[in-house]
Design a protein around this ligand. Structure first.
Ligand code: ADP
Ligand code: ADP
Length: 232
């Protein structure tokens, strides 16, 4: 059904007392959906992202990505699934500061069968798509925060991921720049991308189709975001 599914996923940490970071969470991300995750600190947002991101596996229950049972894979296969099916966008951008925008975008292609010249072409196409066609040879320190996040988005798209995972993508940006980045997310969504995004900001979450509210490792509510009424 979903590109990503969680079925009664449990993840418990033992710090003297057991902490149920995820407590029987079930969730499906349909293809093309845009889901936001909100919740207080310690509610399980990072643990959920690590599960879907194939960095962690459940103690109980099942996570699937593109039909593959993540918990049943070897570490190597899980890493490969992560590289081929998932695109990551972070609060701190996580770009390599000495590489140009084009080189940062090219990096994930190095382990794929993409030859040198077409890598550069592909980086150029993607950077143009995010509005940075004229910044290919700039390094991150030469770019604004919003531009850096655009480079990171281009990098996340490079292997045509099934799912884009965004962890506080606007957390380091001012309000206006954050809104511009959300407009870019809306375009990706319109183009059919499946997106899972953690945010603390309500107005950012409202760009998604639905908002998952996590509390104490459980889904407290799934809120469907109603479309804004059409402008008269
Ligand atoms: P959030 O991202 O919503 O702040 P987390 O997923 O980071 O929540 O954490 C959920 C709960 O699990 C918290 O109580 C946290 O302290 C605990 N936790 C998360 N990761 C670990 C870990 N590696 N070791 C021990 N406890 C952890
Ligand atoms: P955020 O709330 O911004 O998601 P956190 O500060 O909750 O980030 O967690 C940052 C990282 O530390 C996460 O990878 C999480 O798994 C880990 N972590 C959280 N709580 C604990 C803990 N009690 N012990 C060890 N690691 C933890």
């Amino acid at each position: 059904d979903g590109i990503v599914t969680l079925s009664e996923v449990k993840r418990t940490y033992y710090l003297g007392e057991p902490v149920h970071a995820l407590d029987e969470v079930s969730l499906s991300l349909p293809e093309g959906s845009f889901t936001a995750v909100m919740g207080p600190s310690g509610s399980g947002k990072s643990t959920l992202m690590n599960m879907v991101g194939c960095l962690d596996t459940p103690d109980d229950g099942t996570v699937t990505v593109n039909g593959q049972d993540v918990g049943a894979l070897s570490d190597g296969k899980r890493a490969r699934l992560r590289g081929s099916e998932l695109g990551f966008i972070f609060q701190q951008f996580n770009l390599l500061p000495r590489l140009t925008a084009a080189e940062n975008v090219t990096l994930p292609m190095v382990f794929q069968n993409v030859v040198g010249e077409s890598r550069r072409d592909r980086a150029k196409t993607l950077l143009t798509r995010v509005g940075l066609g004229d910044r290919l040879d700039h390094t991150p320190p030469e770019l604004s925060g919003g531009q850096r996040q655009r480079v990171a988005i281009a990098r996340a798209l490079v292997n045509e991921p099934s799912v884009i995972l965004a962890d506080e993508p606007t957390g380091n940006l001012d309000t206006e720049t954050g809104s511009e980045i959300m407009e870019l997310f809306a375009e990706l969504h319109d183009d059919g991308s499946t997106i899972l995004m953690v945010t603390h900001e309500r107005h950012i979450a409202e760009h998604a189709d639905r908002i998952i509210h996590l509390v104490d490792g459980q889904i407290e509510e799934i809120e469907h975001v109603t479309e804004n009424p059409p402008v008269q």
